[in-house]
Design a protein around this ligand. Structure first.
Ligand code: FAD
Length: 291
């Protein structure tokens, strides 16, 4: 199969404009599995090529804008990079989620842009990006547009990407408050989530965010549970009554739209997101009070 090797973003989008049916390749940890399984055949469609993005420097950079309180992450940053500083300080839940992905080999190759490109409801980066209200910046030969991640993720492995577009950056607000990510799977390591939760707090705006993975066609936010936390939490001490923690768990379970499949049952997934959400909320309030 023909493989094109752009070295700049402009070159990559120009190639994509010439070959709209091209397969974009970042770390290849999803795409190569599909190609090896025969589920994806990039060389067979007329004019189909692979555009490998690993030499595009703009996609491998990051910038922290302290004034705007954002960190802009190039789509080709790997999980290994996201597990380290400055992301541990700027987006701790993203670093935490990155640590849970696959094995060291997968984390060295797999990228956040690839996680978004695949858009599996079980993608570990996605609940974090949703809870942090990240924006996805898309480039094409015609220009750029930015979409809230909730609008980018359309359904199971379906995104709002248009032909000729690629994911260039993910702009993540740096919140001021505790944030964490947890998942459960069928074993402890190298596991695709059967349920996952990100909880994040922004103390200055007194807003709590909860996002769920693997319990719907795409990542789900929990507006009722978030509103309950906003109102019930003592934002000065981060104290929260046990009854309120339990209520958050129930509201999270109600927000879940889990299905039964080969990995788990709907009932277990619904129970698991409720437990994970309560656990994360307790962790947040205990850490804040211990500090
Ligand atoms: C053994 C193994 C374990 C894994 N464990 C986990 C896990 O624990 N958690 C998890 O979330 N995932 C896991 N994965 C899946 C995978 O590693 C992740 O989804 C990863 O983020 C994919 O990134 P990539 O760079 O390898 O993407 P690629 O495979 O290169 O691409 C994935 C998709 O995104 C598209 N794409 C890539 N870059 C762009 C871009 N810039 N713009 C537009 N589209 C783009 C590609 O065309 C393709 O459709 C695992 C995979 C394997 C093989």
């Amino acid at each position: 199969m023909p493989v094109l090797l752009p070295t700049t973003l402009a070159e990559a989008t120009a190639m994509l404009a010439r070959h709209p049916a091209a397969t974009l390749l970042a770390g290849g940890t999803d795409a190569m599995v599909e190609i090896n399984d025969g589920r994806r055949r990039p060389g067979t469609a007329p004019d189909a090529v692979v555009i490998a993005l690993d030499r595009v420097a703009e996609l491998r950079s990051w910038q922290h804008d302290a004034e705007a309180a954002t960190v802009s992450i190039g789509a080709s940053l790997t999980y290994t990079e996201l597990m380290a500083e400055p992301f541990v300080s700027l987006a701790p839940a993203l670093a935490e989620a990155s640590r849970t992905v696959g094995s060291p080999q997968i984390r060295n190759a797999g990228t956040l842009g690839g996680n978004l490109g695949t858009c599996s409801p079980a993608g570990d980066g996605l609940p974090v990006l949703s809870a942090l209200d990240a924006m996805v910046v898309l480039h094409s030969a015609d220009g750029r547009r930015a979409l809230p991640v909730g609008e980018f993720m359309v359904g199971v492995k379906r995104t709002a990407l248009r032909p000729g577009e690629l994911i260039a950056r993910i702009v993540v607000p740096t919140l001021d408050g505790w944030q964490g990510y947890a998942k459960v799977g069928v074993r402890n390591a190298m596991v695709i989530a059967v349920a996952s939760v990100c909880v994040a707090f922004d103390v200055p705006t007194r807003s709590a965010r909860i996002a769920l993975g693997s319990v719907g066609p795409t990542v789900l936010r929990c507006p009722e549970a978030e509103a309950h936390l906003d109102a019930a939490l003592d934002w000065t001490t981060m104290a929260l009554d046990d009854d309120d923690v339990e209520r958050v768990g129930r509201l999270v379970a109600e927000a879940s739209r889990a299905i039964t499949d080969h990995r788990s049952t709907a009932a277990y997934r619904t129970h698991a997101v409720s437990v994970l959400a309560r656990r994360l909320v307790r962790r947040a309030t205990e850490r804040a009070r211990a500090a």
